[in-house]
Structures are given as structure tokens and as C-alpha cells.
Design a binder for this molecule. Structure first.
Ligand code: ADP
Ligand code: AMP
Length: 235
């Protein structure tokens, strides 16, 4: 069964951390517009050149660019691959575009999982975030250190990096953007009855357990289990 889900939440809520767990555990594919844009910046493509200053300022890249990236990436995947949208959609226009992008590819949005985290914790998470420079595995100065000091758990590399936009000033702008432009799309999905709220303040494993429970339920609603009727009793 193919699932299409959105992980929604402010910067630092844990979307990327959970998306990678779902990739590992279920073979789903994470579609992160932030990762796609950073790759474009690194490669120096026209989109990357255009996006860099906007990203460094913590503002939002244009709806056309990010929706274009999502459509292209979906076209590279088989129709039977389940996907997790991470950091997309971020505006009402992107939410509307996503509906069209999915239906044009015979897909439909199954679930929106909102990770709820307090703002002070977000600043703490983002300013402590770092990743492996070689494979991209994510870590945190206090909440998720490599098991062996200075050695990536996944690939063994000793090189790590931090994002240029993970500083307190930019984080405040990114949060303001989230409140003003992204939070208002939740009611669109709530009206469809496909939103579940998860306590993102819980430890990483507990958040993962909560998401697993939601996915199991979403799976059942897509392919309902056969109802085995008990024989009617006589009283
Ligand atoms: P997002 O993709 O939503 O911006 P990340 O998944 O990159 O957020 O998480 C931000 C930082 O917080 C990372 O350094 C990550 O290791 C850490 N983190 C993620 N989830 C939790 C959690 N439940 N508790 C504590 N730290 C977390
Ligand atoms: P993220 O990795 O999700 O934290 O995104 C990093 C930055 O990339 C954001 O602060 C934006 O500048 C840009 N970005 C990522 N996804 C989007 C999106 N869906 N819409 C607009 N800008 C985005």
C-alpha cells in the first residue's frame, strides 16, 4: 500500500529526524524541500543561486520553485513508493499545489502529522543541531550525540557540519514565517479529518512510536481489514 504523508511542524520540531526513521523502518522516501534547496545551493544551479540569500535570511523561497522541485522528485519515484513530505507545503499556495501534484500522479494525501514543540525548545534544538559532512546523518550537541565521540554512527566519518541558517537570529525569522504562513494551512487539512497532533517534546523514540501508531491506523483506513462477523447469538 502506498502512503503519502506530511510531517508538519516548525523548524527544529524533529521532522527530518523522524522522516529518516520512517525511511529506515518502512522504505518510505523523505522529500525535504530544504535538503533539495541546499543541494541546489551547493551545486550552484540557477535555483540555488536564487535561493541562497533567501534561505540565509530565514525567509521562504518562492512557491513556484519548491512546488516545481517536489513535482520533479515525485516523477523520479515509482508510483508504488510511499513518501513523507518534510518542510513542504509551507504556504496555502503550496498546499493547493500539492493537491494538484498528487492527483496528477494518481496519489492522494493520506495523513498530516503535526509535531508540536514549544518555541524555547526549538531554539535550543536548532542551535545545537549538526550533521555528518559525508552522509548527512543528523545529530544534536545534547540530545543525539554520536555513540563514539567525533565519529558518525552511520558512515564512520569524523567530519561534521552546521547549517549557516541555524543561528538564533535566523531561527527567530524562520519561526515567524512558520507562524504567519505555515501554521494557517493546518485548518485546511483539519477540515478533511486527516490531521493528528503528536507531542514533539517527547524523546525521539517516543515520537517515533506515536507516528508508527498513526501510520498503522492510516494503513487500515486505506485498506480496511475484512470484517469477520461473529455468528449472531440467540440471546
Ligand atoms: P526539523 O527537520 O523539523 O527542522 P530536526 O529533525 O533536524 O528538525 O531536529 C532538530 C534538532 O533537534 C536535531 O539536532 C535533532 O537531533 C534534535 N531532535 C529531533 N527530535 C528531537 C526530540 N524529540 N528530542 C530532542 N531532540 C530532538
Ligand atoms: P528546512 O531545511 O526545512 O529548515 O528549510 C531551510 C530553508 O529552505 C527555509 O528556511 C526556507 O528558506 C527554504 N525552504 C525549504 N522548504 C521550503 C518551502 N516549502 N517553501 C519555501 N521555502 C522553503
Amino acid at each position: 500500500m502506498t502512503l503519502n504523508i506530511i510531517l508538519l511542524g516548525p523548524p527544529g520540531a524533529g521532522k527530518g529526524t523522524q522522516a529518516v526513521r520512517l525511511e529506515d523502518e518502512h522504505g518510505m522516501v523523505q522529500l525535504s524541500t530544504g535538503d533539495m534547496l541546499r543541494a541546489a545551493v551547493k551545486a550552484g544551479t540557477p535555483i540555488g543561486v536564487q535561493a541562497k540569500a533567501v534561505m540565509d535570511a530565514g525567509e521562504l523561497v518562492s512557491d513556484e520553485i519548491v512546488s516545481g522541485l517536489i513535482g520533479e522528485r515525485l516523477d523520479q519515484l515509482g508510483s508504488d513508493v510511499s513518501v513523507i513530505f518534510d518542510g513542504y507545503p509551507r504556504t496555502a499556495a503550496q498546499a493547493q499545489a500539492l493537491d494538484g501534484i498528487l492527483s496528477a500522479r494518481g496519489r492522494k494525501l493520506d495523513h498530516v502529522i503535526e509535531l508540536q514543540v514549544e518555541e524555547d525548545a526549538l531554539v535550543d534544538r536548532i542551535t545545537g543541531r549538526f550533521s555528518c559532512a559525508k552522509c548527512g546523518a543528523g545529530y544534536h550537541d545534547r540530545y543525539k550525540l554520536p555513540k563514539v565521540e567525533d565519529t558518525c554512527d552511520v558512515c564512520g566519518s569524523h567530519e561534521f557540519k552546521r547549517r549557516p541558517d541555524d543561528n538564533e537570529e535566523t531561527v527567530r525569522t524562520r519561526m515567524a514565517e512558520y507562524r504567519a504562513k505555515t501554521a494557517p494551512i493546518l485548518p485546511i487539512y483539519e477540515a478533511r479529518g486527516i490531521v493528528t497532533h503528536v507531542d514533539g517534546m517527547a524523546p525521539i523514540d517516543e515520537v517515533n512510536d506515536a507516528i508508527e501508531t498513526i501510520l498503522a491506523t492510516a494503513g487500515q483506513s486505506v485498506h480496511p481489514a475484512p470484517v469477520i462477523e461473529a455468528p449472531r447469538g440467540t440471546g
